[in-house]
Write a protein that binds this ligand. Structure first.
Ligand code: SAH
Length: 562
């Protein structure tokens, strides 16, 4: 949702509104809402539900045109999705506002509240047509018939609800534009299509988008069914491809050269080492048993081909949960978690996101130490069509699962996306003060996967470059001597009074921080969930907090706006 307006009436409301990252207005609530009704996507009204109902009632025109309305009480305890739950996104807006204010979201739309997946929220599918009629029928327990000539596997939640008695409503599963439609019919667009794209260097901005749109239109295929675009690795970052707004899957020329295609080209073969890019990439990404629906079609600088998968292609999203509870998770992580069908993670990380998991999600807990199995399991489930989330603490790309999931998914058609999180070093730094104010690096002391002599080499390099050092995995029951050894190595060149911050379980219950010096660093005070930050020669303790000055106060050029 793009244009959100927060309107407040009281001083307390104005204060709460100030904490929301949307456009704000203060004063005459009723007049502002009337005036802006037609030009915003959503309102957050800092007023009682009763007052809001009276204000919006005369303005209501219809479910498809009314904006979302969320109201928040003066104490900031509740964010109520009053109007436009699904269609206008008020449920999501209420959750987002609640998250930002530390309030409880109040969502009363039946499908959301009971945990039944609404058909317009089925992961991977796009719902069009008379969604309301089908949703109502499903909610009432009436039978819904399904026209699935494509033979696309139905998600479990849906197939459990279907019967073959006289149907009140119909779901049509199709990736074709000309599929049946009308009152009582909802169209579900499955993620069945893949567009393969070839391009010369820097084609004009819209050329690829236009060519793709033409290819879809000529074949009568719906853009809503495009699962991803596929290309050769050297074009994966091409702006004309990334700007299509779809996941990009890319392959080496070697991988593409092994695909049988109807229209190989000797010219392309000579230029990039494979006789086909568009057709080969489309077929490869669409998986085993795929059919080529649109053979290579070309414009001046690009080629497009479209393939249909024989079965669903899944996705894995590797999600960073931040260091602790919901307050330090990003809204993007919340969204990705809610829309996953399967959530996989180490027990402690599953516990960290329990508040978001619903009854329809398949939750798979895996023990620590079985990371490879966890990644393989995630990719295998995704390959069968599931939307899989792998959860990690902090950031998923920092000493965590993201890189492993990419490795395990190589040579599969599974797409992998990464949702970042606040990594331990940043959370620890904030809890300690501002120790990362100047150049710094992170090092893991775990020698389970990295030989100890490599770690020592890096510690020495960091020490001699006078960088602030954030240590991950500084100590565990089985690795109890490494931190003392690193302290002694650092003391050979760094002053004994160098500040050292110890931050344990930041953002979690029982979390603690302390500041000591390098000479006095006691490994006994450090555990498995501690991040240790070692200062540089300029790090100081200011008012009990650890700070590495950037140098603004020493060096401030006259024209420097800072
Ligand atoms: N992906 C994680 C790091 C995993 S490695 C991230 O980006 O944060 C595990 C190490 O991270 C732990 O040994 C500890 O050094 C650090 N760590 C993780 N959570 C922490 C927390 N809440 N407080 C302090 N350190 C933490």
């Amino acid at each position: 949702m793009s244009r959100i307006l927060v309107v407040s009436l009281t001083e307390r409301g104005r204060f709460l509104a100030g904490r929301l990252p949307y456009e704000r207005s203060h004063g005459d609530l009723a007049a502002t809402v009337r005036e802006r009704w037609g030009d915003v996507d959503g309102f957050v009204l800092m007023a009682a539900v009763g007052a809001c109902v009276r204000i919006v009632a005369p303005l209501l025109a219809g479910k498809d045109t009314d904006p979302a309305v969320v109201c928040v009480d003066d104490a900031g305890q509740f964010a109520v999705a009053l109007l436009g739950g699904h269609a206008a996104g008020a449920n999501d807006l209420a959750r987002e506002v609640a998250e930002l204010l530390g309030a409880a979201p109040v969502v009363t739309t039946a499908t959301d509240a009971t945990g039944t997946i609404a058909i317009d929220r089925l992961p991977g599918f796009v719902a069009e047509g008379d969604v309301a009629a089908v949703t109502a029928a499903l909610l009432d327990g009436r039978h819904v018939s399904v026209d699935n000539s494509l033979g696309w596997p139905l998600p479990d939640v849906l197939s459990r609800r279907l019967g073959d008695e006289k149907a009140g409503a119909t779901i049509v599963l199709s990736d074709e534009v000309a599929a049946p439609s009308g009152p009582g019919i909802a169209l579900l667009r499955p993620p069945s299509l893949v567009a393969g794209i070839g391009a010369s260097t820097a084609p004009p901005a819209d050329e690829i988008a236009d060519l793709l749109a033409e290819a879809l239109a000529e074949a009568g295929l719906s853009r809503s069914s495009l699962h991803c675009v596929a290309t050769i690795d050297r074009r994966a970052g091409e702006p004309g491809i990334t700007s299509l707004g779809l996941p990009v899957v890319s392959y080496s020329s070697d991988q593409l050269a092994h695909v049988d295609v109807p229209n190989p080209s000797a010219v392309v073969q000579a230029a990039v080492g494979t006789a086909s890019v568009a057709e080969a990439a489309a077929l490869l990404a669409a998986g085993r048993g795929a059919t080529l629906l649109v053979a290579k079609t070309a414009s001046a600088h690009a080629t497009v081909a479209i393939a249909r998968s024989a079965r669903p292609l899944g996705q894995v999203t590797v999600i960073g949960l931040g260091p602790g509870g919901p307050a330090t998770r990003t809204p993007e992580a919340d969204r990705a978690l809610r829309s996953a069908e399967v959530v996989i993670g180490y027990e402690a990380y599953i516990a960290q996101c329990r508040d978001l998991l619903g009854p329809s999600q398949d939750v798979v807990m895996s023990p620590i130490g079985s990371e490879v199995e966890r990644a393989r399991d995630a990719v295998a489930r995704a390959a069968l069509g599931a939307t899989v989330a792998v959860v990690c603490s902090g950031d998923p790309g920092v000493y965590a699962m993201a890189s492993l999931v990419f490795e395990e998914s190589a040579d599969t058609a599974v797409t992998v996306t990464v949702v970042p999180g606040v990594t331990a070093a940043l959370a620890a730094a904030a809890a300690l003060g501002a120790p990362l104010g100047h150049d710094h690096l992170v090092l893991s002391l775990s020698d389970l996967l990295t030989p100890w002599d490599v770690i020592v080499r890096r510690v020495i390099a960091a020490r001699d470059s006078d960088l602030v050092i954030a240590l991950y995995n500084p100590r565990s029951k089985a690795r109890d001597w490494q931190l003392g050894a690193v302290r002694d190595l650092l003391l050979e060149r760094r002053a004994p009074h160098t500040p050292v911050g110890i931050a344990t379980d930041v953002g979690r219950p029982g979390g603690s921080t302390s500041i000591t010096t390098l000479a006095e660093l006691d490994p006994e005070l450090v555990g498995m969930t501690t991040c240790v930050i070692i200062g540089s020669s300029s790090t100081r303790v200011i008012g009990g907090r650890m700070v590495t000055p950037r140098g603004y106060r020493r060096h401030r050029p006259a024209e420097d706006p800072a």
